[in-house]
Structures are given as structure tokens and as C-alpha cells.
Design a protein around this ligand. Structure first.
Ligand SMILES: *[C@@H]1O[C@H](CO)[C@@H](O)[C@H](O)[C@H]1NC(C)=O
Ligand SMILES: *[C@@H]1O[C@H](CO)[C@@H](O)[C@H](O)[C@H]1NC(C)=O
Ligand SMILES: *[C@@H]1O[C@H](CO)[C@@H](O)[C@H](O)[C@H]1NC(C)=O
Length: 394
């Protein structure tokens, strides 16, 4: 196109000048034109090459994008699949937990304090039995103050099996009161409005536990006794002497309680003092035999109460005079909860101090007695870290 315009221009120029100059100019211009055409064709060629390169690059980019898109989709699907699997496993675990309440299992032979008790051989399956119960406390979800009944110290607790509620006014007596529900207790005008139960051997402290129609309590006379009392027909089902030399309290801030009993689907536990620390014993819920003992290494000093969730002991500390109660020491019988994993749990500020904290596994809440107030603390639980990762090698 450019060449054509140039040629016309040349023709016009040629006619206006003399023939003489014509040939020389013509040669000169022709040479220039050839050079230009050459450059144009070179440019065309380059342009074509560039175009085809660009096309190729576009194609490659499109392929790459398509592949990336596909991989992204696949990743997304994989993640959704994994999420669904985790959900399903959690649901299955919840189901298994409701169907088979977890059984006790022991571990940590090195932690055992060997005394003249029957120490059972640890079986391999025991690890897997406990793995069903995999919760640790993550936070305090809610709190409810129900009522103020009775004296500053006492116990109230609910039988996780029978759903009946029991109140123990004070720290030593031979009577307790039974209510059909928490509502019945909060609607009553006093502790003594419940059904009165009188036990033949008096109870001491705040270490009582009620589970599946049985009351487990400590009686201090010449000997320290653990008593199993049948609440259905009002009789002592069994009793055992608790092997403890010195009579110091398990929690320094509650001097009336020497031994704290916990009964749950894992069986019967006893928290008791040993030197400056708190020890834990696992007892047979039927025979009251002591099966195994651990030193939790949790100090008794400034301890106020403790509770057990899925084989993990949470010791609650306070100060004298009382300030905020907090979980400051955690001990797991399976050695599976690292100290960093269990968060420090602070209780809301109250005027008094807890004389007892009784955990109900069905409701996941604590029945607390604080300066005569009956309080419920709802706990948020999460899975133990090892439960969502492969179990460690034996
Ligand atoms: C609860 O204990 C306090 C102090 O020991 C006592 O004054 C009160 O009468 C008791 N209440 C009931 C209902 O037993
Ligand atoms: C245990 O309780 C009984 C009955 O209330 C009481 O007589 C006894 O003094 C208490 N023992 C201790 C060591 O407090
Ligand atoms: C109470 O019930 C248990 C089992 O149901 C039975 O073994 C025991 O003998 C009964 N005790 C009395 C005093 O009725």
C-alpha cells in the first residue's frame, strides 16, 4: 500500500522534472524502495512470528488456567470430603459415647504410687477403651445462680442416672435431702423441703458423690471410711477403710474435706492429700477396692475444689480471702493432655469461695455451692488434641 502511494508520487515528480535527472533519481528511489520492501517483509515476517508466538502463549496460558481451575476444584472437593468425614467421625463418636459410657482405663505406670493395694496389670486394650471419651474442658460457657439455701458450706449434686438432686447442708451431719429435679429444689423454700434421708453413719466434709442410686461419702471417726449407701432402700451397701496416714485436707481452702469422691461413668475416683500435693485413686465402684493411684503433682496449697472430666482432673485454686476461682492445675490419667492444651479457666467473680464443685457428665455442667448459693456452670468441651491426630506409638 505504502509502496503504491510512493510510486504514484514518483511518477508525478518524474513528469515535472527533466528526463535527464529521471533515470538517476529513479534508480536511487528504486533502491530505497527495495530496501523498504525488504524491511516491510521482514517486519511482516516478525509480526507473523510474534502473532503465532502470542497465539501459542495464549493457548498455553489458557491450558494452564484450565488445569489450575481443575486442581482448585479438586482441592475444594477434597477439603469438603475431609470436613464431612471429620463431622461424621465426631457424630459417630457422640453416638458411641451415648451408647457405651466410657470405661476406666489406666496408664502411666511410672506415675503410680505403689502402696499395699492391688495394682492391675495394664492391658493394651485399655488405651482404646478410654479413647472413646476424648473431651477436655475448653471454657466456661454460662453460669446460673439458682438459690441460696442453707449454710455457707455444703454440697448439691444431681445423679446423672436417676436425675434426682441431693443437697447436703454444712460439712457434717447424718441427714441429706432429695429433690426430684433442679426445678423442684429451686421452687422449694428451703433445703429441708426435700425428702429427708438419714444415714446411719454420719458424713463429714464435702466429698460426697451420688451416682446411679448410690451415695458415696466419707465418714471420719476413729478411722477414715468410704461408705457406699443404697439410696433406694436406705441401707449401707458396702464400706472400706481409706488408707491415709495423716488427716490433712485435700484442698487447703476447705479444711473440713479430707477426701473428695467423684463417681461417674468411669467409676469411682478419690482425691486425697499426700504431702504437699493431691493424689488420685481409682476405686472399684462395686467393691470399693483401690485399683491404682497417681500423684497429680497439683499443689494442695490454695486449692479450693476439683472436678474430673473424661479421666482428666481439673484443680480449682483461689486465695484467702476469696478472689476469682480458676483452674490452675490439670492432670490426665492417660498422660494425653499437655499443659498448654488445657486453657486456664476463670470462674466469674463471686463473694465467697466454692465449698464443692460436682460435675454432671450428662449435662456437662458443674453443680457448685458457693457461700450458700447453689450455682450451675455450663462447660464447653472440645476433643483432646491426640484424638484428632493419630494416636502416639506405644
Ligand atoms: C443448714 O445449716 C445451718 C448451719 O449449720 C443451719 O443453721 C440450718 O438450720 C441448716 N438448714 C437446714 C435446713 O438443715
Ligand atoms: C464428723 O461428723 C460427725 C457428725 O456430724 C461429727 O460428730 C464429727 O465430729 C465429725 N468429725 C469431724 C472430724 O469433723
Ligand atoms: C437393698 O437392695 C440391695 C439390692 O437391690 C440388696 O442387696 C440389699 O439386701 C437391700 N437391703 C435392704 C436392707 O433391703
Amino acid at each position: 500500500m505504502k509502496a503504491t502511494i510512493f510510486f504514484i508520487l514518483l511518477t508525478v515528480l518524474a513528469r515535472s522534472r527533466g528526463q535527464y535527472h529521471y533515470q538517476g533519481l529513479m534508480n536511487y528511489l528504486e533502491n530505497r524502495m527495495l530496501a523498504m520492501e525488504e524491511r516491510i517483509s521482514l517486519w511482516h515476517e516478525q509480526n507473523n512470528r510474534y502473532n503465532s508466538d502470542l497465539k501459542e502463549f495464549r493457548q498455553q496460558a489458557a491450558d494452564l488456567l484450565e488445569k489450575l481451575g481443575k486442581e482448585h476444584n479438586k482441592l475444594h472437593l477434597d477439603m469438603e470430603g475431609a470436613g464431612a468425614r471429620v463431622d461424621r467421625v465426631e457424630r459417630e463418636m457422640d453416638y458411641i459415647e451415648t451408647k457405651n459410657p466410657p470405661k476406666p482405663c489406666m496408664k502411666a505406670a511410672d506415675k503410680m504410687v505403689e502402696q499395699d493395694v492391688v495394682v492391675r496389670e495394664r492391658k493394651k486394650e485399655e488405651f482404646f477403651e478410654l479413647s472413646v471419651c476424648v473431651n477436655i474442658v475448653s471454657s466456661l460457657k454460662a453460669m446460673k445462680i439458682l438459690k441460696r439455701l442453707g449454710s455457707p458450706k455444703g454440697v448439691w449434686t444431681k445423679d446423672a442416672r436417676s436425675a434426682k438432686v441431693y443437697a447436703f447442708n454444712g460439712t457434717s451431719d447424718n441427714t441429706l435431702y432429695e429433690f426430684n429435679s433442679v426445678r423442684a429444689l429451686s421452687a422449694s423454700s428451703g433445703v429441708s423441703k426435700g425428702r429427708q434421708i438419714t444415714v446411719s453413719i454420719a458424713w463429714n466434709g464435702t466429698g460426697h458423690a451420688v451416682y446411679d442410686g448410690f451415695l458415696y461419702y466419707v465418714s471420719e471417726s476413729s478411722e477414715l471410711q468410704v461408705i457406699k449407701y443404697d439410696l433406694k432402700n436406705g441401707s449401707v451397701a458396702d464400706s472400706a477403710v481409706f488408707p491415709m496416714d495423716d488427716r490433712s485436707p485435700v484442698y487447703q481452702l476447705n479444711p473440713e474435706t479430707l477426701v473428695d469422691l467423684v463417681a461417674d461413668e468411669d467409676g469411682l475416683w478419690a482425691l486425697y492429700p499426700a504431702g504437699d500435693t493431691i493424689n488420685l485413686a481409682k476405686m472399684d465402684i462395686d467393691s470399693l477396692d483401690i485399683e491404682q493411684m497417681w500423684d497429680t503433682a497439683c499443689p494442695r496449697n490454695n486449692a479450693e475444689a476439683a472436678f474430673i472430666v473424661c479421666g482428666t482432673v481439673y484443680v480449682v485454686y483461689n486465695t484467702k480471702p476469696p478472689s476469682r476461682s480458676r483452674v490452675q492445675c490439670v492432670f490426665d490419667v492417660n498422660d494425653m493432655v499437655s499443659s498448654g492444651e488445657a486453657p486456664l479457666i476463670y470462674f466469674p467473680r463471686r463473694y465467697g469461695a466454692h465449698s464443692s464443685l460436682k460435675y454432671n457428665s450428662e449435662e456437662r455442667q458443674l453443680y457448685a455451692w458457693d457461700d450458700g448459693y447453689q450455682i450451675l456452670y455450663k462447660l464447653a468441651l472440645k476433643k483432646k488434641l491426640w484424638a484428632i491426630m493419630p494416636p502416639p506409638e506405644e
